[in-house]
Design a protein around this ligand. Structure first.
Ligand SMILES: *Cc1c(COP(=O)(O)O)cnc(C)c1O
Length: 433
C-alpha cells in the first residue's frame, strides 16, 4: 500500500495545469476533472489488469475500469493480441466486414430483446438513435425518462439527467432548446404511480419509456420488486415502447444484461461500454419489426462514418468471448460482494451511516443510512464525507469514481488480495473522517 506521505503527484499537476489552458476544464469529459471531490485529477500513464499507473509512477487498484468497459481487466492480453492482428488489416473500412456479423450474432444470442442490431460509436449515439426510432415507429413524440438516469448528452435527454449533470449539480444545460425537451416527461425512479399518471395525462402521445434497468448514473440504485414488471405492463397497456438503456448494465450485471437477470424483455435496448472492449462502440437493437424502420431497410435515417469499425468490433468480440467462459459472472459477483460487504461493515464499525450494494461487477455506496430508491434519496448522501473518503482512498492507492453519483466497477482481474487491501485502506480513511 502507498503510504500517504510518499504520495506525490507533481507531474499530474503540471500536465493538468497545462490541459486547463488547452481544453475546457482540462478534460474531454466533465466528471474526470474531479470537480465534485476537489483536488486535481491524476493523469494516467498506463493500465493493466486491475491496476492503473499515473505519470508520477503511483500505482492504484482501479474501480472505475474506464467507466465499465474494462470488465475482463485492462489491456487483457487476448484483446490486445486480437487488436494487433486486426490492425494489420487496416483501421477503418467504411464498408461491410465479417467482424460486424460476428459481434451482431453474439449480441443477438445474448440479449433477449435483440433480434436485430445497429452499431454506432457511443452510448450517447445509441440513445439518441433509439429515441428517433421510438418516435418513428409509434408516430408519437413524448417520452418518459427518470430523474437521475443518464442516457448520454443528446438534447432531449438533458432533463433531470444523472452522471456529470448530477455530479456538477447543473440545471438543464444551456443551449438545449425548450422545444426539444418539452416532449421529455420525467418521473422519480421506482415510482410506478407517477408513470401511470403521465400516461393518463397524455393519452396516445407517449412513444415510450426509457430507463436504466439498474441505475449507475445517480450512484448505484436497484429497481424495486415489481417496478420493471409494472413498466412492462403499463407500456403494453398504452401502446408505448419499453426501452432499456443497458449501455452500462449490458454484459455487466449478467451476460444478457439486466433484462436477462430480471426476466423482463423490453422492446428496444441500447448498449455501449462493455461491447466495445475499451474501444468506442455503441449499439441499439430490438424487435425485428421495429428495427426494420431503420435505414436503409426503412425510412428512419441514422448513419456513421466509423460505425462498425473493425478494431472496435474485434475488441468487442474478444471481450464477449472471454465473458462467455464458465463462471465469469459468479466470479464478478463474489469478488464484488466481498468488496461491498467489507466496505459497508468497515464504515459502520467506524460509526458512519452508509447504504449500498452490488449486482455482479457493479456496485455503489452512499453516505446515508436512508435506503436509496431514487435520485432524491441519493442526494441525501453526505457529499463532503464522500469527497474526503475519495481523497483518502486515492492517497492510499485506490482509484474510485470521482463522484458520489457514479457506480463502481470491478473486473475479472480483481483478486481477493486487491479487495482486502482496498478494505484495509478504507478502514484507515473511515477512521479519519
Ligand atoms: C455511459 C452511458 C451512456 C452514454 O454513453 P457514452 O458512450 O458515454 O456516450 C448512456 N447511457 C448509460 C446508461 C450510460 O451509462
Amino acid at each position: 500500500m502507498v503510504s500517504t506521505s510518499s504520495f506525490k503527484t507533481t507531474k499530474s499537476e503540471e500536465i493538468f495545469t497545462n490541459a486547463q489552458k488547452l481544453m475546457p476544464g482540462g478534460v474531454s469529459s466533465p466528471v474526470r476533472a474531479f470537480k465534485s471531490v476537489g483536488g486535481q485529477p491524476i493523469v494516467f500513464d498506463h493500465v493493466k489488469g486491475a491496476y492503473i499507473w499515473d505519470v508520477d509512477g503511483n500505482q492504484y487498484i482501479d474501480y472505475v475500469g474506464t467507466w465499465g468497459p474494462a470488465i475482463c481487466g485492462h489491456a487483457h492480453h487476448e484483446v490486445i493480441a486480437a487488436l494487433h492482428s486486426a490492425l494489420e488489416k487496416g483501421t477503418s473500412f467504411g464498408a461491410p466486414s465479417l467482424q460486424e456479423n460476428i459481434l451482431a450474432q453474439m449480441v443477438i444470442e445474448a440479449v433477449p430483446s435483440i433480434e436485430m442490431v445497429r452499431f454506432v460509436n457511443s452510448g450517447t449515439e445509441a440513445c439518441m438513435s433509439v429515441l428517433r426510432l421510438m418516435r418513428a415507429f409509434t408516430g408519437r413524440e413524448k417520452i418518459i425518462k427518470f430523474e437521475g438516469c443518464y442516457h448520454g448528452h443528446a438534447d432531449m435527454f438533458l432533463v433531470k439527467a444523472g452522471s456529470g449533470v448530477a455530479t456538477l449539480g447543473l440545471p438543464d444545460s444551456p443551449g438545449v432548446p425548450k422545444s426539444t425537451t418539452t416532449s421529455t416527461l420525467t418521473a422519480p425512479y421506482n415510482d410506478l404511480e407517477a408513470v401511470k399518471a403521465l400516461f393518463v395525462q397524455n393519452p396516445d402521445e407517449i412513444a415510450g419509456v426509457i430507463l436504466e434497468p439498474v441505475v449507475g448514473n445517480a450512484g448505484f440504485i436497484v429497481p424495486d420488486a415489481g417496478f420493471l414488471e409494472g413498466l412492462r405492463e403499463l407500456t403494453k397497456e398504452y401502446g408505448a415502447l419499453l426501452v432499456f438503456d443497458e449501455v452500462m448494465t449490458g454484459f455487466r450485471i449478467a451476460y444478457g444484461g439486466a433484462q436477462e437477470r430480471f426476466g423482463i424483455t423490453p422492446d428496444l435496448t441500447t448498449l455501449g461500454k462493455v461491447i466495445g472492449g475499451g474501444l468506442p462502440v455503441g449499439a441499439y437493437g430490438g424487435r425485428a419489426d421495429i428495427m426494420a424502420m431503420v435505414a436503409p431497410s426503412g425510412p428512419m435515417y441514422q448513419a456513421g462514418t466509423l460505425s462498425g469499425n473493425p478494431l472496435a468490433m474485434t475488441a468487442g468480440i474478444k471481450t464477449l468471448e472471454l465473458l462467455q467462459k464458465h463462471g465469469t459472472y459468479e466470479q464478478l459477483d463474489k469478488i464484488t460482494k466481498r468488496l461491498t460487504d467489507g466496505l459497508l461493515q468497515a464504515a459502520k464499525d467506524a460509526g458512519h451511516s452508509v447504504s449500498g450494494g452490488q449486482i455482479s461487477g457493479m456496485f455503489g455506496m452512499f453516505f446515508t443510512s436512508h435506503p436509496v430508491h431514487n435520485y432524491e434519496d441519493a442526494k441525501l448522501s453526505d457529499l463532503t464525507k464522500f469527497s474526503r473518503f475519495h481523497r483518502g482512498m486515492l492517497e492510499r492507492g485506490i482509484y474510485l469514481a470521482p463522484s458520489q453519483f457514479e457506480a463502481g466497477f470491478t473486473s475479472l482481474a480483481h483478486t481477493e488480495e486487491d479487495v482486502d487491501q482496498t478494505i484495509s485502506a478504507a478502514k484507515e480513511v473511515f477512521a479519519s473522517l
